[in-house]
Design a protein around this ligand. Structure first.
Ligand code: GCU
Length: 510
């Protein structure tokens, strides 16, 4: 008896200890920060006390961005894609592939866009539904897909990547596919018609009568009325403000397929979301470290997983998959193309700062915009270049070890089309067309080194003049075209398709 009583507390304690132990090994829920709290957390990690405020995008505001070309180049010498960090010149393709390209990749990851973690879990793709649709006059097969990320390491966050693949139904073989950043989903759902529609309407009427028998009289008075009506078999395309048919129409009419890829299903487009989505899943719900990936790199990673699926689909010519997006998705497009060399081509739409334009330029959107409200697109480290007061002093865009000419150069010699519209139609000065052209011209030297063609005929980037609007595409495998429409790539789509077809040697089956 004494023994029992003396053992009892020990047993009880041991049981209690097991419960405490189990609790401490369970992972805490994701951190819930506002964007401001998350940004502050990163500033604290980096020792940043104050950031220079970004300019206003409102051209009438007193603190509006600089639009004076004579003040646009405070750091006129941009980093040279063809000089190694130790100062040696890159003179052969081998030096580019073995030495310079890895150096640029490392700097872009470390200082600008962040690193993709080594242990990102596996993605398993499932076709959730297949629909037979019409896009314009072309019958297509549309597959809706979910790429589920293995979250066994942190079940509190689930990531389901959403992509919709659309290919012409009558294709004689695998087709080139343009993956487009934006909402996914069936583009033109196939509706029940004829007998199926009649059946639906009969059931619907029966259901309504069951709910309210007095409707019998209403139905008797309107015998021809049906609750569901068929939409017209053919609907003319919704032309955009610039008079262009939708990209999807142009692509399928040209014998291409397209994939709608939803970046938001990978990573939210805000700072509060950084402890969730794919970035949060890998970090087990904890805030980022300075070299971790930002949203742009996460979206680009997701596009790469989309391409993993496309490589398994026999309808797709996986050697000829492109990536496309506009604005922030134009930036994501360039990042995708730069880092994932399986993408054959890119249509980079109105990408601006963080995309094609030089970070060193002071014209329109500034580095301080990307370190301010847009900080979550970038690596945490990037915030240093907007710091006015920090443990390390202050830094400016001139301190960034790389620039966008080198990001574009990472795409070489693959097909890279830099696209813009005009400010008069809404492709704002904010985007810095001139700075994007300068970066494109300079990046062209790497294309030339690799046996391709860029914009070498435009001379030095410092003095290169943009070609007239609607000229081109000018260049070669690296091309430029400014269309006369707004903040969209639609007016350039037909030019992109023709240009890419030429390099691919693709003639769609008639
Ligand atoms: C803002 C932002 C740009 C971005 C654009 C968009 O203008 O400053 O960087 O490209 O939004 O994505 O719509």
């Amino acid at each position: 008896m004494r023994l029992f009583f003396s053992l009892f507390p020990v047993v009880w304690l041991a049981a209690g200890a097991t419960a405490v132990f189990a609790q401490s090994t369970a992972l805490p829920p994701p951190v819930t920060f506002t964007a401001a709290q998350d940004q502050q957390n990163m500033m604290d990690q980096l020792g940043i006390k104050a950031l220079r405020p970004g300019p206003s995008g409102n051209e009438k505001a007193p603190n509006h961005a600089n639009y004076d070309e004579s003040k646009a180049n405070p750091f006129p010498d941009i980093p040279d894609p063809l000089t190694l960090n130790d100062g040696r010149k890159v003179t052969t393709a081998k030096m580019w592939w073995d030495q310079r390209r890895p150096e640029i990749v490392e700097m872009e990851e470390k200082y600008v866009y962040g690193r993709v973690p080594k242990d990102v879990p596996k993605v398993t793709w499932t076709v959730t539904a297949v629909d037979h649709e019409m896009i314009g006059f072309t019958p297509v097969i549309a597959k809706d897909l979910i790429g589920e990320v293995d979250n066994s390491s942190y079940p509190a966050i689930s990531v389901k990547i959403h992509m919709t693949l659309v290919t012409p139904a009558n294709a004689k073989g695998p087709v080139p596919v343009l993956m487009m950043f934006g909402p996914a989903g069936f583009p033109s759902p196939n509706e029940p018609r004829g007998e199926e529609l009649e059946h639906l309407n009969d059931s619907m009427k029966a259901l309504l009568l069951q709910q309210d028998p007095s409707l019998k009289q209403v139905f008797a008075d309107h015998p021809a009325w049906e609750p569901f009506k068929a939409s017209p078999l053919f609907q003319p395309p919704q032309l955009n403000a610039d008079g262009d048919p939708p990209n999807q129409w142009e692509l399928v009419a040209a014998g291409w397929g397209f994939a709608l890829f939803d970046p938001a299903s990978v990573q939210a487009d805000n700072g509060a979301g950084l402890t969730r989505g794919i970035i949060g899943l890998v970090n087990k719900g904890q805030p980022r470290k300075p070299e971790d990936w930002g949203a742009l790199r996460a979206w680009a990673w997701g596009a790469g997983r989309g391409l993993d699926y496309l490589e398994t689909d026999p309808a797709v010519d996986a050697k000829h998959v492109g990536i496309d997006g506009v604005s922030r998705y134009g930036k994501a497009t360039l990042v995708t193309m730069a880092f994932d060399q399986r993408f054959y081509m890119a249509l980079v739409g109105s990408s601006g700062k963080g995309g094609a334009t030089l970070l060193r330029r002071n014209y329109g959107e500034a580095v301080e915009s990307l370190t301010g409200g847009e900080y979550y697109w970038m690596a945490g480290n990037f915030m240093k270049y907007g710091a006015s007061n920090a443990a390390f002093g202050s830094k400016t865009p001139g301190d960034i070890p790389v620039d966008s000419n080198e990001l574009i150069a990472l795409c070489a010699p693959r097909l890279t089309f830099i696209s813009y519209g005009v400010p008069e139609k809404g492709d704002a000065h904010w985007l810095d067309h001139q700075g994007s052209f300068m970066a494109t011209v300079d990046a062209g030297r790497v294309f030339v080194l690799l046996g391709a063609k860029g914009l070498e005929s435009y001379g030095d980037y410092r003095t290169a003049k943009m070609p007239p609007v609607n000229d081109g595409p000018v260049g070669g495998e690296l091309a430029w075209r400014q269309h006369d429409g707004g903040h969209t790539d639609a007016p350039n789509m037909k030019w992109f398709i023709q240009w890419a077809d030429k390099y691919m040697g693709y003639t769609p089956p008639q």
